[in-house]
Design a protein around this ligand. Structure first.
Ligand code: SF4
Length: 262
């Protein structure tokens, strides 16, 4: 975890990423390390970090709040079942199937994307298309694999599509409707560090001002309860804008530093 292996260098070179994906020590030194006790407090066995009823959102209707409270008590099987039949937002009408997420249910690393893609929707699998392959490469560079100390999910569990059938970002309302499921996944996993892959995922999780520039959201260690949250680019964005891979690598370095300090 402390460095990039020669194998990864070769892999990145093969993918045409090696000149961009270089660790830059200076980028790591601009952030304060996370106090170990601070993170440990979230998982001290009392569940204290999760008892503020995070599933209840300001302005949520009574019926929705009751539903969110129910979701907050679910186990994995109940949660998966609830998502598969969910009609809490309009995305239920256009989905082929829900995409719950997957990986190591006790992972230290949790990666949260914006929403399922068309490939995900067709296959019923998280990060199933080309963006998923890039994410797999990104995980490899920090010593992770799907299902091995990493869990992948998205801020909404049904694919958002525009009128022409193309992938789009979830709306704030769709993200809010789906948030109780994400919050319950986080509570069940109890990750050490969370990486938000995209602005929508970050805004959903952190409840920050939507006007906040993405450049400000990045390069900062945020908190969800006591858990550090690092924000970086959506792999689909990186496919369209390969020049941003350099910045994404700096974000992953920050995530590794944060994880090590936790
Ligand atoms: S996106 Fe989430 S809240 Fe909306 S229908 Fe799908 S599972 Fe339910």
């Amino acid at each position: 975890m402390s460095g990039i292996s020669e194998r990864n260098h070769a892999f990145l070179a093969e993918m045409g990423l090696a000149p961009l994906w270089q660790r830059r020590a200076s980028a790591l030194m601009t952030h304060e390390p996370i106090a170990q006790a601070e993170t440990a407090a979230a998982f001290d066995g009392t569940g204290s970090a999760w008892t503020a009823d995070p599933a209840i959102m300001p302005g949520m209707s009574k019926a929705a709040a009751m539903s969110a409270r129910t979701i907050a008590q679910m186990n994995w099987a109940e949660l998966n079942n609830a998502v598969s039949g969910c009609t809490r937002c309009g995305l239920c009408k256009s989905r082929r199937q829900t995409v719950f997420g997957g990986g190591d249910e006790r992972a230290k690393w949790l990666f949260i994307g914006n929403g399922p893609s068309g490939d995900d929707d067709r296959q019923g699998a998280i990060f199933a298309g080309p963006a998923g392959k890039l994410l797999d490469n990104m995980l490899l560079t920090i010593g992770l694999r799907r299902g091995e100390n990493a869990y992948l999910t998205t801020s909404v569990k049904c694919r958002p599509a525009d009128a022409d059938g193309r992938d789009r970002l979830p709306t704030a309302e769709e993200s809010e409707a789906c948030l109780p499921y994400l919050q319950r996944q986080i509570a069940l996993i109890e990750p050490t560090v969370i990486v938000a892959l995209g602005k929508t995922a970050a805004l959903s999780l952190l409840q920050v001002d939507t006007a906040e520039p993405f450049s400000t959201l990045r390069a900062t260690v945020h908190r969800y309860a006591a858990v550090p949250v690092i924000v970086t680019y959506d792999p689909a964005h990186l496919l369209r804008n390969p020049a941003d891979k350099r910045k994404a690598w700096a974000d992953l370095c920050l995530a590794m530093t944060t994880y090590a300090a936790s």
